[in-house]
Design a protein around this ligand. Sequence first.
Ligand SMILES: Nc1ncnc2c1ncn2[C@@H]1O[C@H](COP(=O)(O)OP(=O)(O)OP(=O)(O)O)[C@@H](O)[C@H]1O
Length: 516
Amino acid sequence: MQLLLPLGFFPESLNGPTSSRLISLVVFCFKRLNMGDWAKKAEDQEVSKLVDQLNIESGSPYSQNNKSSDSNLPDPNSGEDGEPDVADPAETSLLIKILGKGLVNTKLSLDIQQKNPNSPLHSIKTFEALHLKASLLKGIYAMGFNTPSKIQETALPTLLADPPQNMIAQSQSGTGKTAAFVLAMLSRVNIGLNHPQVLCLSPTYELAIQTGEVAARMGQFCPDIKLRFAVRGEEVDRSKKIEEHILIGTPGKLLDWGLKFRLFDMKKITVFVLDEADVMIATQGHHDQCIRIHKLMREEESLDNIKQYYVKCKNEDNKYNAIQNIYGCISIGQAIIFCHLDQKQLALFSHCMTRSTRGRMVKTSAYGVSRCGFGLSETRRTAAWLAAKMTSDGHSVAVLSGDLTVEQRLAVLDRFRSGLEKVLITTNVLSRGIDIEQVTIVVNFDLPVDVRGNADCETYLHRIGRTGRFGKSGIAINLITDEKSMKVCTDIEKHFKKKIEILNTDSADDIEKIGT
Ligand SMILES: Nc1ncnc2c1ncn2[C@@H]1O[C@H](COP(=O)(O)OP(=O)(O)OP(=O)(O)O)[C@@H](O)[C@H]1O
């Protein structure tokens, strides 16, 4: 799905079916499109005719025969003298306009809107038809909801489906999105497990509280479901794991609790709600935190389908031989190679490449490298060096660095995605989120380490997660040259509790085995 392109990878990675463990939900709220806008649109579409039509059909509170008996509200069909009038389309439009501005919020107006097929509150289903739990139905009715709104009737079957599905939903302000995802959250809780299973991220303190209050009201007949706020001012006992099933809060606080203090296990989260996703994605700080949280919940998923190997190499040159041997023995769809780079050199290189190919990031060449002023001996460990070597061996290679503009990055990725280049050499810039289906192998030319030189497990996970997407199998190969890198590899293995097998790239037989 192409949504918010500069950040497009995020929605893309959320969209579509997912493992049975994780359901992700993104709800977009477009504040610009409020009910007033809808009413304006409705007016343009001669809503008056429609409402007029409703008068004739049964069930309309405008119809003389269907007056709502329990309503103390003024009857718009009655003139001052109590005589019923025929609904005046102009008045009806006006009423809808007023409703749209949120000045009137009555059962009567809701009934009108829910019967209007053009209204976002329109519904043909009942809550019962959505197969909600009896205790939740009780909660909904206690809140005065009678029938679902359009977004609820559309979203809930997907939100409650088995196997779980990811969803991105958008609908006008005030049309019941919160109610929809809160119902999904409450429906998915397993009360037999005393740990957080549902995470709801809100952009602000106030919104988190509001959502929690809706959840509490809706879940009033589900006393076993426990909810906790993760917002500023909420104290936690750092010596105790959190036991509540649902956590609603702001991204920073949730990251603190989940990642910094390890008060709950991100991997046990089964429902992830990103409320006001458009705001979250547009706000840089929130954006990064949301992606981080989402990725943390995918650890198990990513590693299960990926066979991990390490290759003992004598030196840097020998690393390249290992790659050559692998390519010589098995057929590789597309590969991503991660290097530890000198960013400046790569930027310079990329710039030269871009210029020398009139704006297209294409094949590297020894010529390109020398034009950039790199002497091979000094730049052994750069992507440029590797790219040049692979290119001279006949591979089509693209280079992607964090110094490229967003447009340039997208152009490189588009070419790679469409298969024009088979090898992508990059840094961690690509380790997150990008989904390229044909990538069958990820090579860590240099293992990811933090500033202290220790294993950076999170980055490792994101790197190798570029292959083995959505249940496909993938291969990750780590090139080791010394004890230090061997230790990093062992630490990664211990961290994920997943075996990283040794691979002898001098043996064609051994290499062929990994390709099967
Ligand atoms: N099916 C329903 N029947 C009656 N009232 C409803 C229904 N669903 C939601 N409401 C009420 O409508 C109001 C708006 O609902 P909600 O907050 O879920 O909308 P929203 O789309 O999340 O709004 P926003 O875009 O402003 O966040 C709330 O007062 C809620 O209680």
